[in-house]
Design a protein around this ligand. Structure first.
Ligand SMILES: Cc1cc2nc3c(=O)[nH]c(=O)nc-3n(C[C@H](O)[C@H](O)[C@H](O)COP(=O)(O)OP(=O)(O)OC[C@H]3O[C@@H](n4cnc5c(N)ncnc54)[C@H](O)[C@@H]3O)c2cc1C
Length: 464
């Protein structure tokens, strides 16, 4: 028998779950947020290693999206240090791609491009003149919509990969390598030779609005503090937050969700719920419901559509900075590492006195099938030595995380453009998170956006 009744049970405290829980509580719903792990936040959390506050996944917090808006609306503290700087390491030179120096970079890169690409690039630059301070590469690509209108269509209609598209203009090795690193670094660690061009353009278009530029930053005291801040909204509004408490089953009666069965430190118990929001991913949600409760077309679509993305991520300690550039540095010409951030340039709060914390991430050799973990670790270690010359003498690996496509928490539950809807065949059961992203969105902002969609639907269809 249910022990308690909630207006809404949220399963999982990742970005999507925490944003949904805080907003539901803010709008007056009685919420239970249940998280099976000890820490809140899922892939946007913090693990303490030797006094360092290491991210469990995401580091880059895009500003001005539904993620930041959630904090504003609910009154939760959004303590972010600004770092709207992207640099691009090509060979031994590091080019600023945003902020001061970006214009010079653009010019020097364009003059190195092959003639056909150069012509497009030059035209694009003229049209983009007013928006130079932003992520120029995506703005530049965005403009191609008019020239190559296919790229904005769904990939099902036109499965041209980004690599195939760029190879129409050039076979220059440096351009190809640079584009690979840039796309992988900014497009959710998916290989440019595996992802549809249409998705990259849609993503670029959504992120690159010259009238409302998106900047980014990092959580000053570690990601988990932001998630705790959202959880506090739930408890302050009379709801409950339970960690180390796993939802085993979503109860269905007469085609609607009536509650959940949980297992926590106090044993197994059941609560009743008027609505259920799952942040566990569409497949895990179906398993908690039982496949028999879903119509066959939905089950088929889910199994055919979802395409998880892998990633390799390093948390590296050192007694001197291993790179001398602030913000995100996109790294070209390595085996697998495509991006790095020296977090301690931005906040001292994440490392012991006199120490530095470098975050590295790599796109595995393939994003379409299971990866070779040993090879990926070997390549990451080799890249650390070649891309960061001071690593061998001054650095040490705190954690090297290899997230395969079957990991409980992969890079993304599905590639951008391969998503399920937030609604499910059960009318009062919803999904949030990066398995149900809007087309053209990715990462944490996409998860927060999914929460906004669900909260809007619940407020409309299940008013208090
Ligand atoms: C290495 C790495 C780097 C990344 N870098 C970036 C970046 O820089 N910027 C960016 O925007 N995005 C980045 N991403 C992607 C981003 O981290 C994810 O898209 C986002 O955090 C996913 O959030 P989510 O809402 O899907 O929840 P998740 O993070 O998937 O959290 C789900 C939560 O639900 C809990 N849960 C699952 N099942 C149950 C159950 N049955 N009962 C109770 N609890 C349950 C899990 O324990 C987990 O805490 C990165 C990802 C990785 C892995």
């Amino acid at each position: 028998m249910p022990e308690k009744v909630f207006d809404c049970v949220v399963i999982g405290s990742g970005v999507g779950g925490s944003c949904a829980a805080a907003m539901m509580a803010h709008y007056g719903y009685k919420v239970l947020l249940a998280e099976k792990r000890a820490n809140l936040g899922g892939r946007f959390s913090t693990m303490e290693i030797d006094g360092f506050k290491c991210p469990t996944g995401a580091l880059i917090v895009t500003r001005g999206t539904e993620l930041e808006k959630t904090f504003k609306v609910t009154g939760a503290e959004f303590d972010i240090v600004k770092a709207a700087q992207v640099s691009w390491k090509i060979g031994d030179t590091v080019y600023p791609v945003s902020g001061p120096g970006a214009l010079k970079t653009l010019w020097s890169l364009f003059t190195k491009l092959p003639p056909r690409l150069y012509r497009y690039a030059f035209m694009s630059t003229l049209r983009l003149f007013g928006a130079m301070g932003e992520i120029l590469f995506f703005k530049f690509l965005n403009l191609f919509r008019k020239e190559e209108d296919y790229v904005y269509r769904r990939h099902e209609e036109n499965p041209v990969t980004f690599r195939e598209w760029i190879e129409r203009y050039t076979d220059d090795k440096v351009v190809i390598q640079s584009v690979h690193a840039f796309i992988s670094a900014l497009f959710s660690a998916i290989n440019d030779f595996e992802c549809p061009a249409s998705d990259v353009f849609a993503f670029g278009a959504s992120m690159a609005n010259p009238f409302k530029p998106h900047t980014f930053g990092f959580a000053r005291h570690g990601n988990v503090e932001l998630m705790k801040s959202l959880a506090r909204v739930v408890t302050q509004k009379g709801g409950e937050v339970m960690t180390e408490t796993e939802v085993k089953e979503i109860k269905i009666s007469n085609g609607v969700a009536t509650g959940v069965v949980l297992v926590g430190p106090q044993g197994e118990f059941e609560v009743a719920a008027k609505t259920v929001i799952s942040n566990a991913g569409p497949s895990a949600t179906m398993n908690m419901v039982g496949e028999r409760h879903y119509p066959e077309p939905y089950v088929r679509k889910l199994k055919q559509t979802l395409r998880p993305a892998p990633i390799v991520m390093g948390n590296i300690a050192s007694d001197v900075p291993l790179i001398d550039h602030k913000g995100l540095v996109v790294i070209t010409g390595t085996k697998t590492i495509v991006g790095a951030v020296n977090l301690t340039y931005h906040t001292r709060d994440v490392a012991p006195e006199g120490q530095h914390l470098l975050w590295t991430f790599a796109t595995p050799a393939t994003c379409t099938s299971k990866i070779d973990k040993e090879m990926e670790i070997r390549h990451h270690m080799e890249d650390l030595e070649t891309a960061f010359p001071l690593f061998k003498q001054h650095g040490r690996v705190l954690d090297l995380m290899v997230k395969d496509i079957d990991d409980d928490l992969p890079c993304l539950r599905t590639w951008p453009g391969y998503d399920m809807p937030v609604t499910t065949p059960i009318p009062n059961l919803f999904n949030v998170g990066d398995g149900v992203k809007d087309f053209g969105w990715t990462g944490c902002p996409a998860c927060a956006k999914s929460a906004w969609k669900v909260v809007k639907k619940i407020r409309r269809d299940y008013p208090l």
